[in-house]
Ligand binder design. Structure first.
Ligand code: IPE
Ligand code: IPE
Ligand code: MG
Length: 248
């Protein structure tokens, strides 16, 4: 505990000497494996994963990160066993209500992105509640991708665009900047840094449009074991990279 804190404090000092990424997005994978390794039901891993989320939000606030996004439930995760899906939905609902107060206190603004209207009513209500309660938050913009799929987002954007423009739509005039306005959260800057835990080397349908030029950092650490120290390691690594955006 003591050494953990010491090494985290040391690394934080280093991280704070250089510019931070504006937006960090995280694929929080490995909850199930964390539980299975201990002979526990998968849902226990998800519960533990929420603790990790809390600690990372806190660290993000401490270093002054502006945007932090978590991939919490994908459009493909409905294919999991029914009890696991139900367990996750209850956790989301419970967490939103429980954390609202402390988010407000810490100046965090929470928003959700995804096909929210397909979630159970209780989860939708809880998310609207916490979004509304935290809407004045100015320090950290926290986004939960819930029933989110990158392909679904692009399709939803195209549908909205056609609905709005109708026959006036001239496809020769569509720019990336304009298309962005039809995404779930047009104001969300693209992630500078994309983190994935538990070692898988794939995007799993996360923010497909937005990660075009994100720097990627993968760790074998399972999400429930992911500590502020690991976030700082990822940022430190990011700070040493040279981003080229196609230039020489
Ligand atoms: C990520 O952990 C959380 C969700 C997808 C909701 P997993 O549940 O995918 O954990 P693993 O990949 O099975 O270990
Ligand atoms: C990605 O993890 C989705 C979330 C973290 C919510 P998955 O565990 O669902 O991804 P795959 O199935 O391993 O690609
Ligand atoms: Mg997984």
């Amino acid at each position: 505990m003591f050494w953990e804190k010491l090494r985290t404090d040391r690394l934080r000092k280093k991280v704070l000497t250089r510019p931070l990424p504006q937006h960090v997005a995280i694929i929080t994978d490995g909850n199930g494996r964390w539980a299975q390794k201990r002979g526990l039901p998968r849902i226990v891993g998800h519960r533990q994963g929420i603790k990790a989320v809390r600690d990372i939000v806190e660290e993000a606030g401490r270093i002054g990160l502006k945007y932090l996004t978590f991939y919490s439930f994908s459009t493909e995760n409905w294919k999991r066993p029914r009890e696991e899906v139900q367990g996750l939905m209850s956790l989301f609902e419970e967490m939103a209500i429980k954390e609202a107060e402390s988010l407000v206190k810490n100046g965090v603004r929470l928003r959700v992105m995804g096909r929210i209207e397909e979630l159970p009513q209780g989860v939708q209500d809880a998310m609207r509640y916490v979004e509304d309660k935290t809407k004045e938050g100015k320090t950290l913009n926290l986004t939960l991708a819930l029933n989110y799929g990158g392909r679904a987002e692009i399709l939803d954007a195209v549908s909205k665009l056609f609905l709005e423009k109708g026959p006036k739509f001239d496809n020769g005039q569509l720019t990336e900047e304009e298309f962005r306005n039809y995404l779930y959260q047009p104001d969300l800057p693209d992630p500078d840094l994309l983190i994935r835990t538990s070692g898988e080397l794939r995007l799993s349908n996360f923010l497909l449009w937005q990660v075009a030029y994100s720097e990627i950092w993968v760790t074998k650490v399972l999400w429930p074991d992911f500590k502020p120290y690991h976030l700082l390691l990822a940022i430190r690594d990011y700070q040493k990279r040279q981003r080229k955006f196609g230039r020489v």
